[in-house]
Design a protein around this ligand. Sequence first.
Ligand SMILES: [Zn+2]
Length: 229
Amino acid sequence: MFRTLFSLSSFLLPRYCCGCKKIMNNLEVVICADCLCELGQCHNVFEDKGDLRKRTSIYYPIKNSGAFILYKKQSIASKLIHKFKYDDDLVIGKYLMQLFCNDIKKLDWINDIDLIVPLPLHWRRTWHRGYNQSEVLAREVGKIFNIRVETKAVKRIKFTKSQVRRTAQERWENVENIFKLCDQKRLEGKHILIVDDIVTTGASINSCVREISKVKGIEISVIALGLAE
Ligand SMILES: [Zn+2]
């Protein structure tokens, strides 16, 4: 009876896959099985399989790192992350992060994390977009592992134009000294996990790590939903 009602509701109110727009069956959530399978092909970049740690350790050695997806242009993964980041589709970001957390659960180091710090966004951009996409992801991780999310200790103090059309060198110059520690005490002696959405050259996240590394006794790990090739 319940199943019949459920099938009837999906007939009357079909749910579409966020990746390919195909109508999903009752068992599929957010994306269809085909898209999930395609996502799996660029999934799971941990430690030495990817170079996230190398890319984020320019100024300070990162302890652990992990990226969920190797971000290739035109792939389902990049389409989904783009929708999350630019089309206000928070459901997609949260869903991808939940999948990512299933992998993170298998790693011992997640149990050493004291605090989660989303990569800060300038208040003007947060206001314009309505949310900080890294904070949305960080809160999902915090909920799953029961770790506090800290958003007040470090702020982005300079408003910078989008990095998208800049050369690598311009990206690095553009993000110099854009972050500021506002309350070091909150981070002292802690092992923090910085959460970002997509790491490309790593310019922004390195700038943030550089500022946070001034804190006494700090240890820093990093995760990102996407790691650009
Ligand atoms: Zn699909």
